[in-house]
Design a protein around this ligand. Structure first.
Ligand code: ATP
Ligand code: MG
Length: 253
């Protein structure tokens, strides 16, 4: 990124785009991951590339749920490993959650490279794929018998709608980080964080440090006050309002 000055208005966006490109070159990220990232960028652009109240509330509820869970797991794919390897390791430590490699476009080499990338950042990560989630055709069905297979809650940044449904059918709570509130994943999850994962994960690390010392009763209260439908519709309304504001601005220019 030496060619892009820090003052560039799209500096951060370009930096993360570069990380995705580097992830593809290193064999960590699937080529399709570029398209997924681009779809996320579009929503982020419209939302002003910041964490809105509805996202922060979902992040707080997500941390409460992870802390209350007996066997919380964080699913790691090629985009997560390319964008925020260090932060995802920190989050797993702060939440006492297991990391597990889980990818849509399967290759043994990519699984190994994602594992190595996380380990290079000091994390431990499962990649056994010795168990199967029934009802799914994609490689996402392959999970670890020590991880997602027995998890009660799974945090899946950038999930696909199909598996979200299957995870829920298997009795698991699902938390997703997805900038597209219209996706099937967003609408299926128990908790939907409409935020960029490069902001959501650092926010969640801080929240975990804070909520860790809370008694169980208080964590349960955060969850019982949380309404995912309300959060989802607030995020969609915010997109509408952002677009209205932009349309007004264009008229004034
Ligand atoms: P489905 O309806 O199956 O859930 P989808 O729109 O989610 O479909 P995917 O292939 O799962 O399709 O796309 C990945 C999703 O991840 C997109 O919705 C995109 O907005 C989101 N996304 C991509 N990059 C990021 C990111 N850095 N942070 C948060 N969300 C992201
Ligand atoms: Mg999705």
């Amino acid at each position: 990124m030496s060619h892009v000055p820090k003052e560039h208005p799209r500096y951060l966006s370009l930096l993360y785009r570069e990380r995705i490109a580097e992830g593809v070159r290193k064999g960590i990220t699937a080529v399709e991951g570029i398209a997924a990232h681009g779809r996320g960028e579009t929503f982020d652009y419209i939302l002003g590339e910041k964490t809105h109240d509805f996202a922060f509330e979902a992040e707080r509820a997500a941390v409460a749920l992870m802390l209350l869970s007996k066997h919380p797991v964080i699913s790691v794919n090629g985009n997560v490993a390319a964008l925020i390897p260090e932060e995802i390791v920190k989050l797993s430590e702060a939440l006492n959650a297991i990391l597990e490699v889980n990818i849509f476009h399967f290759s043994e080499e990519r699984v190994r490279k994602i594992k190595e990338e996380i380990e290079a950042h000091g994390g431990r990560i499962l990649a056994d794929m010795d168990a199967t989630l029934e009802g799914l055709k994609s490689a996402r069905r392959l999970v670890s018998s020590k991880g997602i297979f027995i998890a009660d809650t799974v945090l899946v940044p950038l999930e696909d709608g199909d598996r979200c449904e299957i995870l829920r059918m298997n009795g698991k709570k699902v938390i997703t980080i997805d900038l597209n509130p219209l996706s099937r994943t967003s609408r299926m999850a128990d908790i939907t964080i409409v935020d960029n994962l490069v902001r959501a994960v650092p926010n969640m690390i801080e929240l975990a440090e804070e909520l860790k010392s809370y008694p169980e009763r208080d964590l349960k209260e955060i969850l019982s006050n949380y309404d995912n439908k309300k959060i989802l519709s607030a995020s969609i309304e915010r997109i509408r309002d952002c677009l209205t504001e932009m349309a007004e601005k264009v008229k004034e220019e």
